[in-house]
Design a protein around this ligand. Structure first.
Ligand SMILES: Nc1ncnc2c1ncn2[C@@H]1O[C@H](COP(=O)(O)OP(=O)(O)OP(=O)(O)O)[C@@H](O)[C@H]1O
Ligand SMILES: [Mg+2]
Length: 196
């Protein structure tokens, strides 16, 4: 029992068997884990930049899993596999595949019908995905990268900045607050945050 995890507000804690899925036994402190995950994610980002993918390819269970595996597969043995435990956030573990499919159908419909402006379609997708909470961990980072991939490939837009351009020190609380507004079906602040 080496590593003790620190969780930021709004982060999902791991269960014991999920903690045992750590592939790199030399990791002893949270900052080392963060670094390994970050390196892994950077490789995944590079991979996404080499691909041109259509909505039919992107809005699938297999792509959702594949991207999570590319982001976390060097660090966690459960990367790319749906969670087998329930969390304080997310749908019941058995409902993940059906909830995903309903979301894909809705997003395809919004894209075809131009129901919302491009950024709003993608941010609604991001929020719905993180609310399903497919994986034991990494759902926030995965949903943000999925959103970046969608906005580039479906709409030819630049990736989101997710608060990186603001000088403000409370980026995290801005992010969590805008997610809470999105929980109440108000997406304005999350859309603004994503481009700030
Ligand atoms: N009230 C909420 N409504 C919607 N999503 C939420 C809410 N609270 C937290 N979340 C999402 O859950 C994520 C945390 O889940 P998880 O720990 O699996 O992701 P992570 O990638 O490890 O963390 P993070 O995105 O914080 O870096 C948050 O980043 C956020 O996107
Ligand atoms: Mg987390």
């Amino acid at each position: 029992m080496g590593l003790v995890f620190n969780y930021l507000p709004g982060q999902t804690p791991l269960d014991e068997d999920e903690k045992n899925g750590l592939k790199i036994q030399t990791i002893l402190v949270q900052s080392e884990l963060d670094e390994f995950e970050q390196k892994n994610i950077e490789q995944a980002i590079l991979w996404t930049l080499t691909k041109k993918l259509s909505s039919v390819q992107l809005l699938t269970e297999s792509f959702v899993k594949k991207l999570h595996k590319l982001m976390f597969g060097e660090v966690w043995d459960w990367a790319g596999s749906f969670r087998r435990t329930n969390k304080n956030i997310g749908v019941d573990k058995w409902n993940i595949p059906t909830e995903l499919q309903k979301m894909f159908d809705d997003v395809l419909f919004w894209v075809e019908q131009e129901s919302f402006e491009a950024d709003e379609i993608v941010i609604r997708f991001k929020h719905r995905l993180v609310c399903i909470h497919c994986f034991p961990n990494g759902n926030g980072r995965h949903s943000r990268l999925m959103a970046d991939v969608l906005v580039q490939n479906l709409f030819g837009r630049e990736v989101f900045s997710w608060g990186r351009r603001t000088a403000s020190s409370d980026v995290r609380s801005k992010y969590i607050n805008s997610l809470r507004q999105a929980d109440c079906n108000d997406f304005k602040s999350l859309i603004e945050f994503a481009r700030s």
